[in-house]
Every structure is written in structure tokens, then in C-alpha cells.
Design a protein. Sequence first.
Length: 194
Amino acid sequence: MKYSALTDQQLLTLLKEANKDAFAEIYNRYWNNLYWSAYKIIKNESVAQDAVQEVFIALWQRNAEVDIQTLNAYLHQAVRFQILKAIKKQKADEQFYSRLVNITANIVYENPLLFKEQESLLKDILDTLPEDCRLIFHMSREEQMTYKQIALQLNISEKTVEKKMTFCLKHFRQVLQENKHILMMVVLVISLAK
């Protein structure tokens, strides 16, 4: 059977039966167009690629469940949704780090002794990270390098840098969550000192 000659609706019918060739044709037919649509929105190659890949993974995994009327519209809407998820995640990571920096700045200003304790906790957290993550974190946060600059300098993909930073920030959140009593004490002491 020549899948390239089939309509989208015919391919979707075959896809519901878990037909790999029908899925491959949908992928080949739409991947490039979806990628460029995603890239126009996010202006980041790796995030655009990931968004499109996530859409196709979901399409394959839920092929029997999804009732799609217009494949083109469905795929483009799904990519936009994935891009929005990526933007929200990126903003959440940035907000977390920004809050951490602001808390640290307040501690330095208000109470140098508490800053030493906070600094020690953060250093201990950093020390538990793998060496490559520590380096990427340092380049991003201390040297203010972009993910692209880090990727070029370390000769790795921008997506790898992003994944390592996401891992770092999740690790920070987890350890800080486990040690939130220390953070609460720090905030309490700062507020009492005012």
C-alpha cells in the first residue's frame, strides 16, 4: 500500500489500528511544518523539536482514544499546547532561581551570619550534584552565560544544557523542601530583625 497517497482521514483510521506505516506517513507529512510553526513561537530549536516529538509520542500512545476531525489543525493545536507547557516550565524555573537569589540577597543585607549558614547549605547542595551539572549551573548562574553559549563552550547540545539545568533546579527544590525548616527559620529571623 502506498501510504503517501492516502488522505489524513484514511491514515487516522489505520493509526487507530496501531499501523506503524500510517504513523510514519503522518510523521513525515507533518513534522517539518509543525517544527517551523513551533520554532516561530519559541525561537529555540531544541524546545521546538521537543514539542513536536511530544505531540507525535502522544499521538502514537493514544491513537485509539483520540477522535481527530482535522489532523492538521489537531497537530498544530497540540504543538502550541506543548510550547505553552515549555514556556510555563521555563518561567517556573527562572522564578524559583530568582526567589532564591532574592532571599539570599536579603540575608546578606540583613544578617551576614545567617548568610554564611545559607551559603553553606547552598554549597552543600551544589556539592551533591554531578560535576557536569555543577559546571553548567556555575556557567549559567555565576557567569551569566546563556544555554547556547554554554552548549558551544562545552561542545554539547543546548537541549543537554537545558536538561542539566532542569535537573539542578529540581534537585535544589527537593533539598530545600526537605530543609524548609531551616529556610523558615532564616525568614523568621530576618523578619524579626527588621
